[in-house]
Design a protein around this ligand. Structure first.
Ligand SMILES: NC(=O)CCC(=O)C(=O)O
Length: 279
């Protein structure tokens, strides 16, 4: 067994994001360099890293893929010889917009593209109302990347609330889930870490959530608190609200141990669920 292939250093960037797109991207590139200096082999940016997060901004900041922002992601992945999960950007494709993650390989090649599958439409009166579907379309496809012996499934923010998606990734062999994820000040405090722990616990894998840094003057104030949870559902690291670049070491032995200790994926009563649900 190649132990080196079974460990992976994941770098996460909780990035300050403002109104100036080129400044956002330049800042992201600098922070990617910091993560590489800390030994990261795979680096992830947050949701909506080149644009403020909000339905009023998506159209103005949207780009085709490839385009000016993603060309720079491709270049930096190649220069630093890393796998880069390029957070998300508003993507323009014809007359549609998507919230899209791109993943870049060491030759600067596009390894995968993932469009947010579950759009963030919520209404909590007097607290927060947000309707991504006012301007965005939903994606319909999975994205899995293979790095060393790891299989990483990609989701985006609100997607983490849908356990079906995470379970599909687990069934397809994933041992890590990465969600660029800008939660808000209402749901973030209770749900952010809880959801990461839930998906890790359900599926016995690593879960990473990567947020923009909090900007209290923004129209949408992100919770921050990027975190990584291990397959035992233990929180390995949580950021505060400010900008942060951190690395965590992932180990497949830990995944195998939890799955062997509590083998829920071999114990499901799939022979009866459908029948008892219909009763
Ligand atoms: N950007 C998002 O999808 C936000 C999701 C969120 O805040 C939630 O509570 O869910």
């Amino acid at each position: 067994m190649d132990k080196l292939a079974r460990t992976l250093r994941l770098g996460c960037i909780q990035l300050k994001v403002g109104a100036n797109k080129s400044e956002n991207v330049a800042r992201a590139i600098n922070k990617i360099r910091d993560a590489k200096m800390k030994g990261a082999e795979v680096v992830s940016l947050p949701e909506c890293f080149n644009s403020p997060y909000g339905t009023a901004y998506f159209n103005d900041y949207a780009e085709t893929i490839p385009g000016e922002t993603t060309n720079l992601l491709s270049q930096i992945a190649k220069e630093l010889q890393i796998i880069l999960i390029g957070g998300t950007i508003p993507e323009r494709d014809g007359d549609k917009l998507y919230n899209t993650a791109t993943i870049w390989g060491k030759s600067g090649e596009l390894l995968a593209k993932y469009r947010k599958m579950h759009l963030f439409d919520i209404d909590i009166p007097n607290e927060i109302t947000f309707k991504e579907s006012d301007s965005l379309s939903a994606g319909n496809d999975l994205a899995i990347i293979n790095v060393k012996d790891f299989k990483i499934g990609i989701g985006i923010c609100y997607d983490i609330r849908f356990e079906e998606l995470a379970k599909i990734y687990r069934k397809k062999g994933c041992n890590v889930l990465v969600y660029p994820a800008a939660f808000n000040m209402k749901t973030g405090p209770l749900h952010y870490e809880l959801l990461a722990q839930s998906r890790s616990n359900d599926n016995q894998l690593y879960t990473a959530l990567i947020s923009p840094a909090r900007d209290v003057n923004a129209s949408y104030v992100a919770w921050g608190h990027s975190c990584v949870v291990d397959p035992w559902a233990e929180v390995m690291y949580t950021s505060e609200a400010d900008e942060d670049v951190f690395v965590v070491d992932l180990d497949l032995d830990k995944v195998d141990k939890v799955r062997a200790n509590i083998p829920v994926f071999n114990q499901r009563r799939t022979d009866i669920y459908e029948t008892i649900e219909k009763k």
